[in-house]
Design a protein around this ligand. Structure first.
Ligand SMILES: C[S@@+](CC[C@H](N)C(=O)[O-])C[C@H]1O[C@@H](n2cnc3c(N)ncnc32)[C@H](O)[C@@H]1O
Ligand code: SF4
Ligand code: SF4
Length: 343
């Protein structure tokens, strides 16, 4: 009860302010709130951001981790790094080994309160995904997952709805045409699965939809939000991230992502501190061979933070579009991409 009060009266307004300040969009606050729900996470995030602004190459505290259960996918979405960045070799293990997964959860610093199951693959394809959710949840953490929603049916749907999963984010396109074009799926089939999960989900489970913005018009998104308002908890709209062909003013900015206090661990155990580093360009250690707590104090992490803090950006960062978070930025980038395609 007291926790809920603190979340609503203190943490939520502060996160909303942070979203407006950093991302120029209060709408993004809900997503930050998935990772920062307690005074401790909020305090560590504030210290992390202070380090970022002061150019201190150190993480004050870890608050979340993203674990990649599967590096395999049943879709080939047009904008996903799996196909888009072309140099994806598919060299990582298809599924994260169970022993590695439990090692990561067991070794994770206690300050990590959230575990996100995502990565460059479809988590629901992992044969032990429900066990993973249970194991992470039993460690006392909030568990959330991204899924393309195509496998969200039958027994798996029932088990997921009955599992301790806290938040399910289903990635979707806003209509039939773009679902076929960008994701190669039938909108109605995914939508039916989402509705089925909404009808079965447990009382504490949150169900969100995640859109990646392409050549969508504002009114189309508004219609989509209207359509799903009563069924899901929230609709998230993200800019399309990518490599290359970005505005130099955007790509040269130092990026706060590395100071977010999130570890991103791939199926092979490689650890990054950037959620968009799908192709392992910014690896700072390996969870299979290193103890997670050693990685945190690793020279590789320090060197990476030092480089970004002093503007000596790694190649990966120089070509990254992650700084474009406002709809205005997205519209500008989208227009540029469309122009390039026409040339
Ligand atoms: C990489 S997917 C992995 C989980 C699952 N396969 C899915 O599609 O939800 C995680 C999220 O990243 C999004 N995503 C993929 N490529 C993206 C890109 N280029 N820019 C922004 N988001 C992207 C997906 O739409 C999805 O919401
Ligand atoms: S966005 Fe998700 S569903 Fe689409 S190809 Fe990438 S991992 Fe697969
Ligand atoms: S790859 Fe992009 S999001 Fe990640 S740290 Fe570099 S600039 Fe930031």
């Amino acid at each position: 009860m007291l926790n809920t009060l603190i979340q609503k009266a203190v943490i939520w307004p502060l996160i909303w302010l942070g979203a407006v300040f950093y991302l120029k969009s209060g709408k993004q606050a809900r997503w930050i709130f998935e990772k920062i729900r307690t005074p401790r996470s909020l305090y560590l995030t504030a210290r992390n951001m202070l380090h970022f602004h002061l150019g201190i190459p150190r993480i004050a505290g870890w608050i979340s981790m993203t674990i990649e259960p599967a590096a395999v996918c049943n879709l080939t979405c047009e904008y996903c790094a799996r196909g888009k960045d072309k140099n994806w070799t598919g060299a990582r293990p298809t599924f994260m080994d169970w022993a590695l997964f439990t090692k990561i959860i067991d070794e994770a610093p206690r300050s990590i309160e959230t575990v996100c199951l995502a990565g460059i693959g479809e988590p629901l394809m992992h044969p032990r995904i429900i066990d993973m959710i249970e194991y992470a949840s039993n460690s006392g953490r909030l568990v959330y997952m991204f899924s393309n929603g195509t496998l969200l049916e039958g027994e798996l749907l029932e088990r997921l709805a009955a599992s301790p999963l806290d938040v399910l984010n289903v990635s979707i396109e806003p209509d039939v045409e773009s679902a076929r074009r960008y994701r190669g799926v039938e909108y109605d089939e995914v939508a039916e699965n989402v509705r089925a999960f909404a009808a079965r989900k447990g009382p504490g489970q949150t169900l969100n939809l995640a859109l990646v913005m392409n050549e969508m018009h504002e009114d189309r998104i508004c219609r989509f939000e209207e359509e799903w308002r009563a069924i899901v908890d929230h609709v998230k709209i993200s800019p399309q991230m990518g490599l290359g062909a970005v505005d130099s003013d955007i790509s040269k900015q130092a990026c706060s992502e590395l100071w977010r206090g999130n570890m991103d661990i791939k199926t092979n155990g490689n650890i990054s501190v950037c959620c968009f580093d799908s192709l392992e360009d910014l690896t700072v250690g390996n969870a299979a061979t290193d103890n997670l707590n050693e990685v945190i104090n690793h020279t590789a992490l320090h060197t990476l933070l030092q480089r970004v803090a002093t503007g000596d950006l790694p190649e990966r960062c120089r070509r990254c579009t992650s700084a474009c978070f406002t709809r205005k930025d997205i519209a500008r980038m989208t227009q540029k991409a469309a122009n390039r395609r026409q040339q």
